[in-house]
Design a protein around this ligand. Structure first.
Ligand SMILES: Cc1ncc(COP(=O)(O)O)c(C=O)c1O
Length: 400
């Protein structure tokens, strides 16, 4: 069958085999605990659902403007300004079908065939795939666990000099590490970027409202407004508003960049779903307490999972300051032979934990972090305690 060359570097997700196996085991009636989810387990807040229903009842069922309903673009601009202290105009906003689509459109509007893109590693697995689909090439910047997986200014400077990239992709809070750049981190990175005016920046803040331990998210646009002409900030409703299925994301950028992204979107998907946009308008007007309650629940789960993990022999993780993932260092168990079990890396380990412990995790290799497992804590407290205990028991068997 004919296969386009652009697919050569885009692999089917490493996680698919494990997810499929977990699903098959579940359907056989096996009690699987899943730390695999990349989405909140909460229902979308009721006023958002009501607003979408109302929109349907009132005939909001036609195309909207490609970049989003004017009222929603204006509301996102105002909300972003309030939340992060960055004054934003409606023509600096585009609404798309999930954070994913706006990121894709941003990359498509910046990258030509052969252009280099810098991505700090570990990374969200769709970034390199999107760059390859756009014809670009990726250079990863390897970060270190001892430095909380944060890219340092030196790492950035060296990579820019070596690769002459057209784009840098930054994600804070990060999927999969849960780590966040502080204001002073960002100031230091901005100093480097100022010296290299050809580098565009994509700043993905989709987990910005899910931060813990008193950490307050800071926007790159706030810290370095002078970089804004070459900065695209992307976000969305999936995570902090519990709206994954609504497929709503947005980007904030210079109006010229927004026009380019709108042109691309106009020829692929047109507008985001009309009545979902009505829901998004209501989401931005939600009582703050609604979001805060979800955030608090995640913070509580994060504390529980860290406490439970600390009891397991031979694994460790840097405490996440945001998002809802921990990246568990399991290197000790990634090259081990015990009886029938021969584990040669995190993919084997994840399979073993699924088969022996009936717990689904995501191998770190999927995110450029071999030797690690990603555990999402978007599940209830009991599930977390039970699941971590099962992992501990399965690992203890390997230790025996
Ligand atoms: C870092 C990151 N960015 C963007 C997205 C895209 O989210 P969505 O397309 O649901 O808005 C995700 C989803 O998992 C993510 O983890």
């Amino acid at each position: 069958m004919k296969k386009a060359k652009r697919l050569d570097h885009v692999q089917a997700s490493l996680t698919l085999a494990i997810t499929a196996k977990a699903a098959a085991m579940k359907s056989e009636g096996i009690d699987i605990i899943s730390f695999g989810a990349g989405e909140p387990d909460f229902d979308t807040p009721a006023p958002v659902v009501e607003a979408a229903k109302n929109a349907l009842d009132h005939g909001l069922t036609r195309y909207t403007a490609v970049a989003g309903m004017p009222a929603l673009r204006a509301e996102i601009a105002a909300w972003y300004g309030r939340e992060f202290g960055v004054e934003t105009a409606p023509d600096q906003v585009i609404v798309g079908i999930g954070g994913k689509q706006v990121i894709y459109n941003a990359i498509m509007s910046i990258i030509d065939a052969g252009d280099m893109v810098l991505i700090p590693s570990p990374y969200w697995l769709s970034y390199p795939a999107m760059v390859h689909l756009a014809g670009g090439e990726v250079a990863f910047i390897e970060t270190r666990e001892e430095e909380k997986f944060l890219m340092t200014p030196n790492m950035l400077e060296e990579a820019i000099v070596k690769h002459a990239p057209k784009l840098l992709i930054l994600n804070s809070p990060s999927n999969p590490t849960g780590q966040c750049y502080t204001e002073s981190d960002l100031r230091a990175l901005a100093d480097v970027l100022r010296r290299h005016p050809d580098v565009n920046i994509l700043w993905d803040n989709i987990y910005a409202h899910l931060t813990y331990g008193g950490f307050r998210h800071v926007e790159l646009a706030k810290v370095a407004p002078d970089l804004c002409p070459r900065l695209v900030t992307t976000g969305g409703f999936s995570k902090s508003f519990a709206m994954t299925g609504w497929r709503l994301g947005f980007a904030i950028a210079d109006p010229e960049r927004i026009r380019m992204m709108t042109t691309i979107q106009s020829h692929s998907t047109s507008n985001a779903v009309s009545f979902a946009q009505a829901g998004a308008l209501a989401a931005l007007k939600l009582d703050r307490a609604v979001l805060e309650n979800m955030r608090k629940a995640f913070e509580n789960r994060r504390n529980i999972i860290l406490e439970e993990i600390s009891k397991i022999d031979g694994v460790s993780c840097a405490a996440p300051m945001g998002a809802f993932y921990v990246l568990l260092n399991c290197k000790k168990y990634c090259n081990i032979e015990r009886g029938l079990h021969w584990i040669q890396g995190d993919v084997d380990l994840a399979k073993y934990i699924l088969e022996e412990g009936h717990v689904a995790t995501v191998p770190g290799s999927a995110f450029g972090a071999p030797g690690y497992l990603r555990l999402s804590f978007a599940l209830d407290e009991e599930g977390i305690r039970k699941g971590i205990q099962r992992i501990a028991d399965a690992l203890a068997t390997l230790n025996a």
